[in-house]
Ligand binder design. Structure first.
Ligand SMILES: N[C@@H](CCC[C@H](N)C(=O)O)C(=O)O
Length: 276
């Protein structure tokens, strides 16, 4: 089985080409591939399959030739991955499997069609509209942090830190506690602190994330989208751009004048090989 390894701001993936949907992928296989000691290592797997050849995506085949079949490193599925979709597009283009049209390159996901626009090193993706829908809390040990639930196609809990608590001290080696009544399918939890102003954007924040199914990662694109949406709202802005700094690098979230939400950042392929 051929594979490619890639990452977006340090959120890393094992990419498996499977154009005709013939691979027998199981949760155990995915977890073994993502194992950082005994496997290739990754926060998740991106299976590259033709939409027409995958039962979950056949209905999108008229709009997008390729389906990003995303799996978390524990073998669970997720609806969407904001870093993964950029890496997926980089893979398609590097392997001459797709070329963006004038409007961009559509990719089918479990959260719907995302359209990517490629600009040399960085790729920006038209995302689903983030929906802030409830208040909730996250707990880390004795610390309870209020936050808001945000649906980005997948579930997020965005928690702004208060009372002098800094990002650097948070122990994210274990999943933060969350309310299962608000998040019956689990949740990705983002912790956020303000950052100094930077040129060219309307706001700047720093975040760390504990991802459902993958643990703490260096970056989460949909998490950045959720955080950017909350930061714009908190700044009283309906449109604008937020720079979101994560341990693995910077992502830019934009809500433009046409009401479109964009996520922009790098996407890098680092190696190819053969799984034995
Ligand atoms: N790292 C991703 C999100 C991957 C899915 C997430 N762990 C979930 O289960 O929803 C991103 O860049 O968005």
């Amino acid at each position: 089985m051929r594979f490619t390894k890639g990452h977006g701001t340090g959120n890393d993936f094992v990419i498996l080409p499977d154009p005709d949907g013939e691979l027998e992928l199981t949760a155990e296989r995915v977890a073994a591939l993502c194992d950082r000691h005994r496997g290739i290592g990754g926060d998740g797997v991106l299976r590259v399959v033709r939409s027409a050849k995958h039962p979950e995506a056949a209905g999108q085949a008229g709009e997008a030739e390729w389906f990003m079949d995303y799996w978390n490193s524990d073998g669970s599925f997720a609806e969407m991955c904001g870093n993964g979709v950029r890496v997926f597009v980089r893979y398609l283009m590097s392997n001459d499997l797709a070329t963006p049209g004038p409007a961009g390159l559509p990719v089918a996901t479990r959260a719907g069609i995302m359209v990517a626009q490629v600009n040399d090193g960085s790729i920006r993706v038209r995302m689903t509209t983030p929906r802030v829908y409830a208040g909730s809390t996250a707990t880390i040990g004795a610390l309870t942090v209020p936050g808001v639930a945000v649906d980005c196609g997948n579930p997020h809990l965005v928690c702004n830190l208060h009372d002098g608590v800094r990002l650097a001290v948070l122990d994210l080696t274990r999943p933060p506690g969350h309310d299962p009544a608000v998040f019956p399918g689990g949740v990705n939890v983002e912790f956020v602190e303000p950052a100094e102003p930077v040129d060219g954007v309307d706001g700047h924040v720093r975040m760390r994330v504990h991802e459902r199914g993958s643990g703490e990662t260096l970056s989460c694109g949909t998490g950045a989208l959720a955080v950017g949406a909350v930061a714009l709202r908190d700044a009283g802005l309906t449109t604008g751009s937020i720079a979101v700094d994560l341990p693995g690098g910077r992502l830019i979230v934009t809500h433009d004048d046409d009401g479109v939400w964009w996520l922009e950042g790098p996407a890098v392929l680092v190696a190819t090989g053969e799984v034995l």
